[in-house]
Design a binder for this molecule. Sequence first.
Ligand SMILES: Cc1cc2nc3c(=O)[nH]c(=O)nc-3n(C[C@H](O)[C@H](O)[C@H](O)COP(=O)(O)OP(=O)(O)OC[C@H]3O[C@@H](n4cnc5c(N)ncnc54)[C@H](O)[C@@H]3O)c2cc1C
Ligand code: SF4
Length: 497
Amino acid sequence: MENCNCNTHKSLAPRDAEWRDELRRALPAKDRMAIPRVKMRELDPADRLANPTAEVNMGLTAEQAVQEATRCLDCPNPGCVSGCPVSIDIPGFIKNIQRGELGEAARVLRSTSALPAVCGRVCPQEKQCESKCIYHKSKREPVAIGYLERFAADAAAKSAPAAAATPAKDATRIAVIGSGPAGLSFAGDMAAKGYAVTVFEALHEIGGVLKYGIPEFRLPNSIVDGEIDALRALGVEFLRDVVVGKTISLDDLREMGFEGVFVGSGAGLPRFMGIPGENLVGVMSCNEYLTRINLMGAGRENSDTPVMTGKRVAVIGGGNTAMDAVRTARRMGAEAMVVYRRSLEEMPARVEEVHHARQEGVEFMTLHNPLEYLADEKGRVRAMILQRMELGEPDESGRRSPVAVEGAVEEIPVDLVIVSVGVSPNPLIPNSVEGLDVSRRGTIVVNDDTMESSIPMLYAGGDIVRGGATVILAMGDGRRAACAMDEAMRARKSNNK
Ligand SMILES: Cc1cc2nc3c(=O)[nH]c(=O)nc-3n(C[C@H](O)[C@H](O)[C@H](O)COP(=O)(O)OP(=O)(O)OC[C@H]3O[C@@H](n4cnc5c(N)ncnc54)[C@H](O)[C@@H]3O)c2cc1C
Ligand code: SF4
């Protein structure tokens, strides 16, 4: 899918600007390339367990940021931009950091990314923009694009309160279903275009996975709330505890006067492996575990929500979700291990998450796959049977596939198992809207360019379209849908004149 290129979203920092030329001439490329990549300050691992919600990455200082920005060569054909799923003008914002124009740097970022402070923290940069940085050609570490994105977004949020706006009384009403990154970016863009936008959220908190999934030690709630406040200031209205498809229907929304609808209802349905013992007490999905702790405050003083903490916890899976769960289990005081059927090299989780998990004392049982969970006399999980694996030929994902080693089976004692082997789309909207084209995987089928579904003026994006994906892709979908819906609304209104 192409990123949209409407007037709002095109580059604001032309490469031929005089100041950029001056920066390029100020220090020869070979001197800039001799500067070592910055190291992010981190909370000490012992302090992390004592302060479970404290953010681990502590951000760059202003000096570090300018030095790192100086490393960027401002390439004529920047590989980093092609590696970014939404084609952020990366050298444009980095060079603004170098010259100290942080507001401008943030503006360049925001012209493409609705949630830069979030993306700077959770995007898999090492697989995207940073993997394409020209520094790799000379076997050097890439420019720390993610750290710089976070720095610029945080600095701008501290210095400039969001501009307040209210939609005109006769503004066209637009409904958004779901308040994750897809819904939030769509809502922000539509509000900025003058529409009256209402976001309907099933839960009692706004933010989707950013709130209920990703823990605060990686993404503080204050950062997400800052982005939501900025949307409120733009005039976006948020209604919580409304389950569209149950509390109200799509037809109700139309009757209420909403002329366009965007569905960003995510992929919150956990998957299990279908092996014996998954129904035992003490075996739960990663979504349930993280939601209880992150959203309902389980484990905190005065919280009514219980959660099993376990003394010896196994998390099954190797993605970001698994890392979040296992690091949370460590913070809840358990011995915790990851059980993953391939090797560390094939693990889909961000390299940084694996590194932090190891620092925090997480054990990695790679090349192991659960076959069965065993119960004690009360029906609670007491052990898991693991099959040892080895790597075979690459599969369709390009990763070497795990193959069972015959006869290599072991029993490991555990008292809590958290299953994190993937998610499926939330079925409520796909199942409750008549005439909606839905794939066999349960995702909503859309036109790739416009994000419009089989129902006119019903758009969708994020995990409900892609299955479990990433924040930046969800956000990019929201942006593209906003551009396309705006165009379609204008065309419709001018035809009706
Ligand atoms: C634990 C965890 C860690 C992750 N870590 C990363 C990471 O580090 N980097 C990364 O890029 N991605 C990560 N991801 C994936 C990323 O968070 C998702 O791809 C992204 O949030 C999808 O955004 P979305 O807006 O489509 O859906 P969501 O964020 O899932 O939001 C959907 C929202 O819609 C609401 N909703 C659903 N149905 C209804 C309804 N019928 N009516 C009203 N509201 C409804 C839900 O309650 C939810 O709030 C992670 C995911 C998880 C679970
Ligand atoms: S590829 Fe690397 S050096 Fe070149 S513009 Fe992008 S971040 Fe800067």
